[in-house]
Design a protein around this ligand. Structure first.
Ligand SMILES: Cc1cc2nc3c(=O)[nH]c(=O)nc-3n(C[C@H](O)[C@H](O)[C@H](O)COP(=O)(O)OP(=O)(O)OC[C@H]3O[C@@H](n4cnc5c(N)ncnc54)[C@H](O)[C@@H]3O)c2cc1C
Ligand code: FES
Length: 266
């Protein structure tokens, strides 16, 4: 994939929840990003942050951003016609298998899974488990339905507080799915503790599994070392790793480095 650094214009903004926006833009480079790849996004006047590349129609691409600190709030607040910088896409991508696939995601971790669905073989039978804390935080249910409609599929929406869909954690639903059927592959993206549990469940079931991991990223290109996870650099060696490699990593699901490089624990 050819990596570039360029300026793009936001063409439309969609409300997903009270704190999540999807910003679409015309960009053939990002539109061709593989599932799991990310861009470094420059928010003018604020700074640069990593963002997964979301699917969009036509030659467009998108970012789905949760308002959080300064940079994500700046990105969230961009409107149609405003500009942002993008470089990339960077990182590897999911190894998408045929057959029965189990996808488990939470929050903006669903972004690479939407792109994965859009690139899966037409006859892949996909079960998507989507987790959120409460009903107002559920998003992408309609997007997932539209992407999955042409193929055999099942969508399980879970809320931690039971206010919508299946009550309980996405990992409980994933455990039930894995115990109830033979899957050919499992893919996860979301909170690291969730991914840790899903990778363990898949490994115990003897199913091929991968997760897309997040760490603090500054360069995105393997130079600064801020995204280290054990001996791996998440921006260059990942962001997608197989379950065995993740579960053998002493940092996965345990600790990470903050923006200033201090070790913090989940
Ligand atoms: C590969 C990758 C893909 C991502 N995709 C998305 C996405 O699709 N949508 C989305 O909303 N968010 C995504 N993020 C997270 C997003 O980059 C961070 O929330 C953002 O950088 C926080 O910046 P801030 O200034 O808003 O918040 P800050 O106040 O600076 O930080 C808030 C918290 O965000 C995390 N964070 C801060 N800086 C970074 C950084 N440079 N890299 C990673 N995490 C950071 C830290 O946990 C920090 O405590 C992704 C992160 C990575 C690594
Ligand atoms: S973000 Fe700099 S090495 Fe990964």
């Amino acid at each position: 994939m050819h990596e570039t650094s360029h300026i793009v214009q936001v063409t439309s903004v969609r409300d997903e929840t009270a704190t999540v926006h999807t910003l679409e833009f015309d960009d053939s480079t990002m539109a061709a990003a593989l599932p799991g790849q990310f861009a470094m996004v420059w928010v003018p006047g604020i700074g640069e942050i990593p963002m997964s590349v979301m699917v969009a129609d036509g030659g467009r691409a998108a970012f789905t951003v949760r308002r959080h600190g300064e940079a994500t709030t700046g990105l969230y607040n961009l409107g149609p016609g405003e500009m942002m910088g993008v470089r990339g896409p960077y990182g590897n991508s999911f190894d998408i298998r045929a057959g029965r696939l189990l996808l488990v995601g939470g929050g903006t971790g669903l972004v690479p899974l939407m792109r994965l669905i859009s690139r899966a073989p037409p006859d892949a039978d996909i079960t998507l488990v989507m987790g959120a804390r409460t009903r107002p935080e559920v998003f992408f249910a309609d997007t997932a339905r539209a992407l999955l409609r042409p193929r055999p599929h099942c969508i399980v929406v879970c809320t931690d507080d039971g206010s919508y869909g299946r009550p309980g954690l996405a990992t409980d639903a994933a455990a039930d799915e894995l115990s109830g059927g033979a899957f050919d592959a499992v893919y996860a993206c979301g909170p690291e503790i969730m991914m840790y549990k899903v990778m363990r469940l898949a490994q115990d079931a003897g199913v091929f599994a991968q997760a897309s991991v997040e760490r603090i990223m500054k360069c995105g290109t393997g130079i600064c070392g801020s995204c280290c996870m054990g001996r791996e650099l998440v921006c260059g060696d990942g962001t997608v790793f197989e379950a065995g490699r993740l579960l053998a990593n002493p940092d996965f699901g345990v600790r990470y480095r903050t923006k200033s490089g201090e070790v913090a624990y989940y």
